[in-house]
Design a protein around this ligand. Structure first.
Ligand code: 5AD
Ligand code: SF4
Length: 454
């Protein structure tokens, strides 16, 4: 009998955690039809790009990277090159990619990811080129296998899509309307993960706070959190992203009263100026944002708060930008993802007057980053001398002989250790800090070292 050669896949992922999670499903589906994972492009029989379209730069990168595979395909025409994700959900972009890059075999939308195995088999058999993009999810989201990327941490999607239509954002157009997963399905998935040794789960959604409103049963995000907390024995529960407009006092109380829900909130501010927030269609004022932060810190003083900020939104004048800087100085976020406004065709902001020149956006971005980096450093240095609990993920990539993990507040900690600590929750005393990383030592009390009092 002819022994078949092993086949390999390589996935290249851009963008947010939702995409990372989808890539786990892509990996699971490909493994299910006989492909094995490889990190090496030259070994791959399938190369799949899971793209992002939130900013234009990410899009340009994909065209460049996919384009550069032409030579590989010339050497071996049996390779299957696929492109999926949010960028392919925009018809003109998918069409352009199909025309410009004839070595691409498969173009797949976000709503029909589960069709991947059938389409791959078809291409392998007939060498067709296939474009398949659905306008929306048809019927129930099918259950597909996953290959999870971590042993102790996992992402669980609880709500897909977004109904918010922030005026700069393309996500509602490419991911569709909000669709919550039934709570029993989520709890079942988490129980299975916990049974496999997962200690920490991050609940994912573009806007987790609006969880449940589209379900028949009466359940909101706080109630879902309480249920997960009660019905599973996870050590750590995280969630992202929260929308300030839908943030409730009840949620703050739920976090405060639970041992397993981590004290970290990712709460995108986007802009610190009320008129700009209004043009962004964010649904809150700068003052309301401030007051949410005050309520969180009053109830949970140790909470870490991180955010997303866009500079150079159309009509942003120097005074508006200064308001953002002032708010950032006052609030003191633990960390911020900062972006230069990127014009996305089809969104209301793309057609707004007073687009901000690139050089002004760049300068504001640099200025904001400088301010935030100093704040992140200050925040991290406050922890020097303190003891924290760390879920160790594995050996540190940049520090041989050391281990890397995260605090409940999601800060990275590097600790030296003689034994394999991966998957353990340990106590560490912080000795040194920079803007992004904490360096610690395992605490001397050995009983504490492996305690689960995360
Ligand atoms: N330009 C720049 N940043 C954007 N984001 C979303 N759309 C745009 C855009 N058009 C940012 C927001 C969001 C994060 C995921 O990406 O800050 O929270
Ligand atoms: Fe985009 Fe706004 Fe929805 Fe976030 S909440 S995905 S920024 S539209």
């Amino acid at each position: 009998m002819n022994k078949q050669r092993e086949k390999f896949y390589k996935i290249i992922t851009y963008g947010c955690q939702m995409n990372e999670r989808d890539s786990e499903k892509i990996a699971g589906m490909l493994e299910n039809i006989g492909y094995n994972k490889t990190e090496n492009l030259d070994d791959a029989d399938i190369i799949f790009f899971n793209t992002c379209t939130v900013r234009k730069k990410a899009e340009q990168k994909v065209f460049g990277k996919v384009g550069s595979l032409k030579k590989l395909k010339e050497k071996n025409e049996d390779i299957i090159i696929g492109v999926g994700g949010c960028m392919m959900q925009i018809e003109e972009t998918a069409e352009k990619l199909y025309q410009k890059l004839p070595h691409v075999d498969l173009i797949l939308g976000t709503h029909n990811l589960h069709r991947l195995p059938v389409l791959v088999k078809k291409i392998a058999r007939n060498r067709d080129r296939i474009i398949e993009i659905w306008d929306q999810q048809e019927g129930l989201i099918p259950d597909v296998p996953s290959r999870r990327s971590g042993d102790y941490k996992a992402w669980v999607s609880i709500i897909r899509g977004c109904n918010n239509f922030c005026s700069y954002c393309i996500v509602p157009y490419v991911r569709g309307r909000e669709k919550s997963r039934p709570d029993e399905e989520i709890i079942q998935e988490i129980k299975e993960l916990a049974g496999q040794g997962v200690k920490e789960v991050t609940l994912l959604g573009q806007n987790v706070n609006s969880y449940g409103h589209d379900l028949d049963q009466n359940i909101n995000f706080s109630q879902l959190l309480k249920k997960i907390d009660k019905m599973t024995d996870l050590k750590r529960i995280r969630f992202m992203t929260s929308h300030p407009r839908d943030f409730s006092v009840d949620l703050i109380k739920t976090i405060k009263n639970s041992d397993s829900i981590c004290e970290h909130l990712h709460l995108p501010l986007q802009a610190g100026s009320t008129p700009i927030l209004k043009k962004m269609n964010r649904g809150y004022t700068a003052e309301q944002y401030r007051s949410i932060i005050t309520s969180i810190r009053d109830e949970i003083p140790q909470a870490a708060i991180t955010t997303d900020i866009i500079v150079g939104f159309p009509g942003e004048k120097e005074k508006h930008f200064q308001e953002t800087l002032n708010l950032v100085q006052d609030i003191k976020f633990d960390m911020a993802f900062t972006f230069s406004y990127s014009r996305r065709e089809g969104t209301p902001a793309a057609d707004m007057k007073q687009q901000v020149p690139e050089d002004v956006k760049d300068r504001r971005l640099q200025e904001l980053m400088k301010v935030q980096n100093e704040i992140s450093l200050y925040k991290n240095q406050e922890l020097v001398g303190k003891e924290v609990s760390v879920l160790v993920e594995g050996p540190s990539k940049n520090n041989p002989d050391k281990y890397s993990g995260r605090t409940r507040t999601r800060k990275q900690v590097i600790v030296p250790a003689d034994e394999n600590l991966a998957g353990k929750i340990v106590r560490a005393k912080i000795q040194k800090a920079n803007s992004w990383t904490l360096y610690g030592e395992l605490s001397s009390t050995q009983q504490d070292v492996y305690s689960s009092t995360g």
